[in-house]
Design a protein around this ligand. Structure first.
Ligand code: FAD
Ligand code: MG
Ligand code: MG
Length: 305
């Protein structure tokens, strides 16, 4: 695989999703969400910052939101390449995909789950991410980005997988400057309008490997000492479970590239230490994270964000 090939694959995933006629309310809403993000990338972002230049970077922490946004970003990059470069009148020697690795930044903030670290590593390889990783827990987020910009001084804009339903996310816009107290650059936030259900719908349909903790009842992954599986997904809890069901059976059964319908979800393996941790804490019987589509409960397993 190359970055070009995985970008083309991501484009095929989104095109195939957009072409499906499943008709469910979640799928229809997700198609709309995809189209808005696509327009934002192609018409607002790539017209300001060439995705094949060195002024745009992607912030990545291995979570579901930035993974789904990465799939959309690569999909749009492929579309941009096909419409602007490959089909241009330049001779075919210039028709090569102009990028081999995607500039990415990961701020290692707190003690993280081994499973998440492994998942970041395997996605780094799968999506050809050139990851700048800040030293663990040395500084605040703004300081860590200041350090990033010191060594990547051409970066003008950073893509972020934040949504309106996240803390302090309500008033954000797709493109805006950082706040005071942060180093100056433009924040690019094309996932703001996505609801939890939209994220799961496309991610589960994509058949791309996702972090294994999600299958164990996690819905939002922070530090290892401040995150547990979402309590409202506990199988021991009878109360309220009448409303809990898998809304994504269709996405899973018909996931992209599956030869025949199956209910298997592509998740990464739990690390041995996380397996022990979940066992020791008795955190074993939880429904998968995608059984939770209530945005207001997404962070119920987080004691601090
Ligand atoms: P999450 O879902 O965990 O994160 C949302 C997205 O933020 C992720 O999809 C990913 O793209 C990015 N992200 C989160 N954690 C990391 C990490 N450790 N390493 C790399 N990327 C990460 N807040 C302000 O108040 N003012 C600002 O000007 C501001 N600028 C920011 C610029 C950047 C590039 C980033 C990444 C964050 C910025 N923030 C800023 C903080 C931001 O608004 C969120 O609070 C922060 O991303 C944490 O998100 P979350 O935990 O709520 O959700
Ligand atoms: Mg998130
Ligand atoms: Mg976070």
């Amino acid at each position: 695989m190359t970055l070009a090939e995985i970008s083309e694959r991501c484009h095929n995933i989104t095109s195939s999703y957009l072409a499906n006629s499943n008709g469910s309310a979640i799928v229809e809403a997700t198609k709309e969400a995809i189209q808005i993000t696509r327009q934002q990338f192609l018409q607002e972002v790539f017209t300001r910052w060439d995705p094949f230049g060195d002024r745009l970077s992607f912030s990545y922490n291995g979570g579901k939101d930035c993974q789904v946004l990465l799939i959309l970003y690569l999909s749009c990059m492929w579309e941009y390449f096909v419409t602007n470069i490959r089909s241009s009148q330049y001779s075919s020697q210039y028709h090569q995909f102009p990028l081999q690795f995607l500039p990415t930044v990961y701020i290692n903030q707190a003690e993280t789950f081994g499973t998440l670290e492994n998942s970041i590593e395997s996605t780094r390889i799968r999506y050809f991410l050139s990851v700048y990783e800040s030293p663990r827990n040395q500084t605040s987020m703004p300081e860590a980005f200041r350090n990033y910009l010191d060594v990547n001084s051409n970066t003008e804009a950073i893509i972020i997988g934040i949504r309106h339903t996240d803390p302090f996310g309500a008033d954000l816009t797709c493109i805006q400057e950082t706040d005071s107290g942060w180093p100056r650059f433009m924040r690019v936030q094309p996932l703001l309008h996505w609801k939890l259900a939209n994220v799961w719908s496309l991610l589960l349909y994509s058949n791309e490997e996702i972090c294994g903790l999600y299958e164990k009842g996690f819905t939002s992954i922070g530090g290892i000492n401040s995150t547990v599986p979402n309590p409202s997904l506990s199988m021991k809890l009878e109360l309220g479970h009448s409303t809990l069901k898998n809304e994504f059976e269709w996405e899973i059964m018909h996931a992209y590239g599956k030869k025949e319908a199956s209910d298997e979800v592509c998740v990464s393996k739990l690390s041995a230490s996380d397996e022990r941790l979940l066992q020791n804490k008795g955190h074993l019987d939880y429904y998968p994270g995608w059984y939770m589509i209530d945005d207001s409960l997404e962070r119920a397993g987080r004691s601090r964000s």
